[in-house]
Design a binder for this molecule. Structure first.
Ligand code: ADE
Length: 225
């Protein structure tokens, strides 16, 4: 997979891709991540990427021209499965969307800033709008990192068996059951007996029951999906 992130703040994006799972995926050649600074696509002397909104009102609007130049350049080099705009009024990201998008070959993620982008960008370039939750961030960069992480860890070969994504919360509309590691007894706080039994079928059954209970208590909405 190749991810092209279009941003006014590339420095905000770098470090999460230089550690842990995302770094490993990049090092293994399973994913390529490229940052594109919108200021490099400006034609004005001040390299400004935003301007006042037509009709007045507070805040600045990201201009269409540098975004067009950047995205059109990328599109001339390869085909993209999706051109995504990170915005609080987009479709809320969930595991199902991440699963589907993890199969893509090339995506562009455009990070909004200020009041957002000129509507014509959304009308003519963007194919999908994604939110990471019902709150407003100061820009789309943190959302782009979250989306990238959610996708990259699902790419075959990125996670080892013991960190497999198959048993994650949400993967089957259930939250994960409780987990334990050594010692089996810590100050009298004991690990459930069944997990020490070595009886695989019983353990599976216990985990399923606990996952269901936990989901019912905390996220009953997931059970209705
Ligand atoms: N940009 C600002 N707020 C956002 C959100 N909640 N999700 C995605 N992008 C955003």
């Amino acid at each position: 997979m190749r991810i092209d992130i279009v941003t006014v703040l590339p420095e905000l994006l770098r470090s999460p891709f230089e550690a842990s799972i995302m770094k490993r995926a990049i090092d293994k050649g399973l994913v390529e991540v490229h940052f594109h600074n919108l200021r490099d696509y400006t034609t004005n002397k001040y390299k400004s990427v935003d301007d006042y909104p037509y009709g007045g009102g507070a805040g600045m609007v990201m201009m269409i021209e540098p975004i067009d130049k950047c995205i059109s350049q990328l599109k001339s080099e390869r085909n993209y499965d999706e051109i995504i705009y990170m915005t609080p009024d987009g479709e809320t990201l969930n595991q199902g969307m991440a699963n589907a998008m993890s199969l893509y070959e090339n995506i562009i993620i455009l990070c909004g800033h200020y009041k957002g982008v000129d509507q014509r960008v959304r009308d003519h370039f963007i194919t999908k709008e994604i939110s990471i939750g019902d709150y407003v961030l100061s820009g789309g960069e943190l959302g782009a990192i979250i989306l990238s992480d959610a996708l990259i860890r699902l790419i075959p070969g990125v996670l080892s068996d013991e960190t497999s994504a198959l048993t994650d919360s949400f993967q089957d509309n259930l939250l994960s059951p409780p987990i334990y590691t050594r010692p089996a007894d810590y100050n009298g706080w004991k690990v459930p007996e069944v997990l020490l039994s070595g009886h695989a079928a019983k353990i599976d059954e216990w985990r399923e029951e606990k996952a269901f209970e936990h989901t019912k208590n905390r996220r009953p909405d997931l059970l209705d999906r």
